[in-house]
Design a protein around this ligand. Structure first.
Ligand code: ADP
Length: 719
């Protein structure tokens, strides 16, 4: 389910992301296109400036040639010095011009005279070169400036095809004509150069026909250029660091690369970036200038990278929008998944609980307000011999022993009223008609359940054992105690002389027998007490008790019994002591027990002081002796059954280690306690603490008539 519903969401998210990304890319392309246009425009602007400068330089140079033409037309014969002076002004103006020259036409007949004339000027070794006889010669005659161009001096331009070609065209057309790119005679580096011929005829006017032009040709004014110097002179040097320039000579002959600094700017080939192409009319030739620059030429880094920012922002936007979409769709999906998982785990824990209930040895049931079983655990099979399914929906009273139905009804009402009940024995009927005793703990399962939850423990066997024990106790009490009482009675009678005067020896034996039977009776009494306490059958009747009176009675009886002892017994019982809440008989038993111990463990000559006081709403009766004392390690243990502390000297007759154990139980049954303070050799003080009697704890209200009777009704508390 998760996979099948997650996939469409993913697909939708991806589709949305794709659409948004497409938008971002379109925006990016627009920005990038925009920036390319700006870049191209910037390059075009630079190129325009450069081209203007080149054209201006070119036309200036052409102007200089026209000047030279005019000079020769005006004066017919121009001396070397005259020429130099005239062109110096031009050369100063134009850095791109390598030289300005005068090239006369010299026929073979004139050659000797011509060379002699030049030599006469002081150039002793002058000769037209390259050597050889030709019909006519076009030697470089005046060259300004002379020094860097000395090698060209006397060079016959007609000896080289490119130079001759342009020369002839200039002669035949009467126009300024440039050569194709050539390497200058005077070139020392590797630059290309070119020449522009300006034909000069005998008359100022250009003759009408080619024949006339050839016939009347005097020679040429010549401008010499090195391409790089010419172009660099025109274009600001900084511009070259930003773009490449390739110059091609494209017409009228084959294409020749005149200039290229592409190698200087690797990676700036025309393809990689922007290219702007311009045509230049170069004195009868067509030049193409390719200016190329990297993409982003002339725009700021910010503009150059703006597209990146647009792409990044676009991508982020697409991501976050698609992400949000996904999250929103996912949240819905997760809520559904969570709900489903919760339902499942609820069902699982329900199942687990049902299994736990099923395995429980105790019977677990729930019942509604109508008194019908809503749930019955599997233990019903073993405990009641019934199928849980048969019981559900049935009134539970039908399964309860008739004598306990009222008790069950009352208990249910108490639980619904919010009371916390102690465990309660309720007898149930098995399928086979026998009875089981179940000890129930009950609680309310609040709304929306509004059910009683009860857990019943099968105590049938335990209760049977308790009954057997109680039976044994009563057996012992009757079978052992009754004959012993009659033995004691008869011994007393004998001692009282019922059988007449007895011989001395017989009297001693009867006295010993009477003492032993008395101790035996005490022992049996104590064992019976303990059995009854253990069985929860020890009856105490709590009522308002005059503590002083009970104490006085016990003290009297004990001191009478210890007439032969020289121990001083003092009673300090203030008048008007409020009554305590106790069972007078059991309280007397405890006081007697403690007093007997005090006599037993106090040597002759010692003292016993009994005092009572009321403090913090409780009465305290302290029985203090000056006897052997008890080591602190044994303070708790003396209240254990059969414990007797180590002691110096003979143990008192009849010591069983049971007295204080019974005393503590009896005090607890009377909601009181017994405390001990003592140290070896410093005597002991046993203090009995009892509640004072209050009106609301008056006997007869049922609540406190007898804890033991309550205990017998509800059975033992589940530990
Ligand atoms: P017993 O029958 O031995 O007196 P108890 O349960 O009454 O049994 O007392 C347990 C032990 O506590 C006694 O054996 C004795 O060692 C010690 N004991 C009890 N009362 C006193 C006392 N007043 N002084 C010293 N030791 C005492």
């Amino acid at each position: 389910m998760r996979v099948s519903s997650a996939s469409p969401r993913l697909a939708a998210t991806l589709l949305l992301f794709g659409l948004l990304m497409a938008g971002a890319i379109i925006a990016t392309l627009a920005v990038r296109g925009n920036f390319r246009t700006a870049s191209r425009e910037a390059l075009q602007d630079t190129v325009e400036v450069a081209m203007d400068a080149v054209r201006e330089d070119l036309s200036e140079s052409l102007g200089h040639l026209h000047g030279i033409q005019a000079l020769f037309n005006a004066s017919g014969v121009v001396g070397r010095r005259e020429f130099d002076v005239f062109v110096t002004i031009f050369l100063d103006q134009s850095e791109g011009t390598q030289a300005l020259e005068w090239i006369p036409r010299v026929t073979h007949d004139e050659r000797e005279e011509y060379e002699a004339r030049i030599r006469a000027e002081g150039f002793k070794d002058f000769a037209i070169h390259p050597p050889g006889d030709r019909g006519e010669y076009f030697p470089v005659t005046y060259v300004s400036p002379m020094d860097p161009n000395l090698t060209a001096f006397g060079f016959d331009l007609a000896t080289e095809p490119n130079r001759l070609n342009a020369l002839e065209r200039a002669r035949d057309t009467g126009k300024l004509v440039a050569t194709a790119p050539i390497t200058l005679v005077q070139e020392t580096a590797s630059q290309k150069g070119f020449l522009i011929y300006a034909p000069i005829y005998r008359d100022a006017e250009v003759p009408g026909t080619i024949e006339e032009r050839r016939a009347s040709l005097l020679g040429f004014g010549l401008a010499v250029f090195r391409v790089d110097d010419f172009v660099l002179g025109a274009v600001p040097a900084t511009a070259f660091s930003q773009f490449n320039l390739e110059i091609l000579d494209v017409a009228p002959e084959t294409i020749v690369i005149i200039h290229s600094n592409l190698a200087a700017h690797e990676g700036l080939s025309p393809e990689s970036g922007l290219t702007v192409t311009r045509e230049l009319e170069m004195a009868g030739r067509a030049w193409t200038l390719n200016f190329s620059a990297p993409a982003g030429y002339g725009v700021s880094a910010f503009e150059r990278n703006l597209w990146l920012a647009v792409l990044a922002v676009g991508a982020l936007l697409a991501l976050s929008l698609a992400g949000s979409f996904n999250v929103i769709m996912g949240a819905r999906q997760r809520a559904l998944t969570l709900a489903e998982r919760m339902t499942r785990s609820l069902a699982e824990s329900e199942a687990q609980r049902a299994q736990m209930f099923e395995l429980s040895v105790e019977l677990i049931i729930t019942a509604d307000r109508e008194g019908r079983f809503a749930f019955v655990s599997g233990a019903a099979r073993r405990i009641l011999g019934r199928e849980p399914g048969e019981m559900v929906g049935q009134p539970y009273l039908d399964f309860i022993h008739p004598e306990d139905r009222d008790l069950a009804r009352a208990a249910a009402a108490d639980v619904y009223a919010g009371e916390v009940l102690p465990a309660l024995d309720i007898r149930f009927l098995r399928a086979d008609g026998t009875t089981v005793i179940l000890n129930w703990n009950m609680a309310i399962l609040p709304a929306p359940h509004d059910l009683i939850l009860a857990v019943g423990r099968d105590l049938t066997e335990e209760r049977a054992a308790e009954t057997a024990k109680a039976d044994f106790v009563s057996m012992v009490s009757h079978e052992l105690r009754s004959p012993l009482t009659s033995i004691r009675g008869r011994l007393e009678l004998l001692l009282d002389g019922a059988a007449g005067e007895m011989p001395e020896q017989a009297l001693a034996m009867v006295e010993a027998a009477a003492g032993s039977s008395l101790r035996l009776q005490h022992l049996i009494d104590m064992l019976l007490d303990l059995s009854r306490i253990d069985a929860g059958m020890f009856e105490v009747d709590l009522e308002a008790v005059d503590l002083a009176a009970v104490t006085r009675r016990a003290a009297e009886s004990v001191s009478t019994g210890h007439r032969d002892r020289t121990i001083e017994l003092s009673l300090n019982l203030p008048d008007g002591l409020p009554p305590v809440y106790a069972d007078p008989e059991r309280l007397g038993q405890v006081i007697t027990n403690v007093l007997v111990n005090a006599y037993s463990y106090t040597p002759d000559g010692g003292r016993i002081a009994v005092s009572a006081e009321v403090e913090d709403g409780a009465a305290r009766l302290a029985i203090k002796d000056s006897g052997v004392g008890i080591h602190p390690d044994d303070h708790e243990r003396v209240f254990e059954r059969f414990f007797r502390a180590e002691q110096i000297g003979p143990r008192p007759p009849g010591s069983t280690g049971l007295g204080l154990a019974i005393a503590r139980s009896l005090m607890e049954l009377q909601r009181g306690e017994i405390r001990l303070e003592s140290a070896p050799g410093e005597g002991s003080t046993f203090t009995l603490v009892l509640d004072l009697f209050r009106r609301d704890s008056e006997p007869g209200t049922g609540e406190q008539t007898s804890r033991s009777s309550r205990a017998s009704r509800t059975g033992n508390r589940t530990p």
